[in-house]
Design a binder for this molecule. Structure first.
Ligand code: 16G
Ligand code: ZN
Length: 534
């Protein structure tokens, strides 16, 4: 790869029409799928080069646009431990996607190779997956063309969830310590530990294993049908929104993002009071729970709720196990103020706040022995330090005290049912169901643990969102100058008031979050701050 001409002659032809500008952001590149062929081709080239750079480690490439409508698609690269692409390479992804022609593409690739002194004798290994979108197959061809230019080892897993691909990448690069890179191993690892833990739960009390599953008409539904076989009736999963053939239905008025954004039940299913609804998104890396009461009032149990549920349980298990371990929770400014209060004051688990975007949360969670992170939108997981995992297993092997031994065994189950690489709706569902069962809670019991502060999320279209700059994990607005002072004086008029503004990373607008003692006040506060922004 020292020769532009040579490289150019075998990379194939996916010209950039030059009509759109692309950016590799927090969730990779997303766009209307019509404009993505050359982008996917170039990401195929980049992912192969990244694998060469990482000495033939498997690197992943997922073709998905998550909760976006069916006409969109996108791409995300996955680094060797199953984490998101290192941010230093996001810049190259953006530059390549926008390069005018193949000649520039080749020059850029060679520049990267020179900069990192990449040893071209390594043969790249690329793991590929895609969601159920129509355009996926066509865009896969473009990716393959790019990847093949580097004579790579390619593993195409077909239609899988995003977290499955993260898991597979990690399996290969840990020499299969994490599992085997195939669906059977994935289901077996997660589900077996779930079943073992379930057997330890003797008194179900109010817990019900019945789940009304909203698959967003996407890959989450497809894979849940496979998972049901592994679950062997430990959970009763009633499938809804599982029409993946009519792809225009993907994420349409259903799924985790719809339920969270609209604060209402998914359509496409009969809603019965106190049934437990589980919604996932279009690539099954997010999950939210919900239910309605006898008056059809809607209750959402989002990422904040899942985080508090999991943090409380894990904390209790560590106390019971006798191990002194530092457990922490990572949230964003969007987390409800009362969830933060509950975790800090009641559960006595420390809480850190970081900017929006999974990579920030994931990164911060690594600061703890056991770091739990969840965005309010339902994306999250638990990270266990290697030495904690070992400590638990070693102690479990020798522990004589019955109660301590039981807690250690339960912790091992939780570790094994967690997909630590990234948020995973299936894994998260197993964890939530485990905790609910252990606590003997119905979905409404879970809801009663604390009450959310009334809140409102709105958005304002501004001339240039780049004039907005935030600090302190997005909780204060640094630019435009003077705006924060105005927000402060507005907020001070409201009891329990809190509000912040931040430029969206995915849409061309500014988001405003407000919470206060009553819904009316939260709404009013949001309007007042929005007016100040505008
Ligand atoms: C992206 C992020 C998500 C975040 C959302 C915020 C990843 C994989 N995804 O979808 O975590 O909540 O952006 O969108 O990091 P916003 O910037 O438009 O508010
Ligand atoms: Zn997603």
């Amino acid at each position: 790869i020292e020769n532009v001409v040579e490289l150019e002659s075998n990379i194939g032809s996916y010209p950039n029409p030059g009509t759109k500008v692309f950016q590799y952001g927090t969730s990779g590149i997303r766009f209307n799928s019509e404009h993505l062929d050359h982008v996917n081709h170039r990401m195929g080239l980049l992912v192969a080069l990244r694998s060469i750079h990482l000495k033939s480690a498997a690197v992943g490439l997922m073709i998905t646009a998550s909760h976006n409508p069916q006409e969109d698609n996108g791409i995300k690269l996955i680094d060797p431990q199953g984490e998101m692409l290192d941010s230093s390479w996001e810049v190259y992804a953006t530059e390549l996607a926008n390069a005018p022609n193949n000649q520039d593409v080749c020059a850029m690739l060679i520049n990267i190779a020179l900069k990192y002194n990449i040893d071209k004798t390594y043969i790249p290994r690329v793991y590929i997956g895609r969601d159920t979108r129509n355009s996926g197959k066509r865009l896969l061809e473009a990716v393959l063309c790019g990847v093949k230019a580097f004579k790579s080892n390619i593993e195409d897993f077909g239609i899988i969830t995003t977290p499955m691909l993260h898991f597979f990448v990690r399996c290969y690069n840990t020499n299969y310590l994490y599992g085997q890179p195939n669906e059977h191993s994935y289901y077996t690892k997660l589900t077996n530990s779930f079943k073992i833990l379930r057997k330890m739960c003797l008194d179900l009390k109010n817990y019900s294993p019945i789940i009304e599953f909203d698959g967003a008409n996407g890959v989450g539904a497809l894979k849940m049908k496979d998972a049901i076989i592994y679950l062997e009736k430990t959970l009763v999963i009633n499938m809804h929104n599982d029409d993946i053939l009519n792809t225009e239905k993907l994420n349409y008025k259903c799924g985790a993002d719809f339920v969270k954004s609209n604060q209402c039940p998914p359509t496409g299913m009969t809603i019965k009071p106190y049934s437990k609804y589980v919604s996932v998104d279009g690539d099954a890396d997010r999950i939210v729970y919900s239910f309605v009461d006898e008056n059809k009032k809607f209750y959402l149990l989002d990422g904040d709720r899942i985080a508090t549920l999991v943090a409380g349980y894990i904390k209790d298990l560590f106390i019971a196990s006798g191990l002194d371990v530092n457990v922490g929770l990572v949230q964003t400014a969007y987390s409800n103020g009362n969830s933060t209060k509950y975790v800090t004051d009641k559960l006595k688990v420390p809480v850190a706040c970081v900017p929006t975007g999974v990579k920030h949360l994931h990164h911060k969670a690594n600061d703890y022995d056991v770091g739990i992170y969840f965005e309010a939108n339902g994306h999250g997981t638990i990270l266990f330090k290697d030495y904690i995992r070992e400590l638990i297993r070693n102690q479990s092997a020798i522990e004589q005290n019955e109660a301590m031994s039981l807690a250690l065994k339960k912790l091992i189950c939780i570790i094994d049912m967690t997909n630590e690489t990234v948020g995973d709706a299936y894994s998260d569902m197993l964890i939530v169901e485990s905790v609910l069962c252990e606590r003997g809670w119905s979905i409404s019991d879970w809801y009663k643990t604390y009450s959310d502060l009334p809140n409102r999320l709105t958005k304002v279209t501004v001339k240039d969102r780049n004039t907005f700059e935030t600090g302190d994990a997005e909780r204060i607005c640094i630019k435009p100058l003077g705006l924060q002072g105005i927000i402060d004086s507005i907020v001070s008029k409201y009891s329990m008031g809190r509000s912040f503004v931040r430029p969206s990373g995915t849409e061309d607008l500014v988001r405003i979050y407000a919470e206060a003692d009553t819904q009316i006040n939260a709404d009013k506060l949001a309007v007042e701050v929005a007016t100040a922004v505008y």
